[in-house]
Design a protein around this ligand. Sequence first.
Ligand code: GAR
Length: 207
Amino acid sequence: MKNIVVLVSGGGTNLQALIDAQKRGAIPNGRITCVISSNPNAYALKRAKENGIGTRVIVPKDFPSEEVYTRVLLESLFQEYADLIVLAGFMKILDASIIRAYHNQIINVHPSLIPAFCGVGYYGLRVHEAALERGVRYTGATVHFVNEIADDGPIILQKPVAVQSGDTPEILQKRVMEEAEWKILPEAVCLYCDDRLEVKDKTVYIR
Ligand code: GAR
């Protein structure tokens, strides 16, 4: 059984999708053991508590430097015996030391079809604003392993979502979450916990 630690910063609807998947038995070889938030007011913390999941709040600006923040976060991951770290709406780029300590053990959900609309500065609603500005017919979501470059790691799963006329960034964000993120994130977590993902260079093979 793998220990899953979920890192959040906001509403936590992706965390909720993982909790729901766990409850219906769709992640048989993993359990969410802790939720760590970078924001003390994140609604995601309430979702965790309501479901009896332990929480930690680690706020970057509470620490004298990025280095100290990273050390405290890394120490917490060790204390939680994390086997898999899920970035579910975590609005902070992890330091390379954490990525090296958990090589191909950190996965992120991103609200576009990578390599479109991704990298530094593309997060949350901004991603959907950029997709609408560019006039794409399809966008979607990607779940990928995290490497040292933002949104650049090996892709595990992707799902396209159609843009519709009259879409606002908010409407498109909701559709991408419902039709893609909340489905492929639990699916990828299940595959990881079942030891079915093999990474060679930048390609993920599903066994
Ligand atoms: C989600 O759409 C997630 O893909 C995105 O933030 C939202 C968080 O929602 N993440 C990023 O943009 C990371 N680059 P949630 O807190 O309700 O899960």
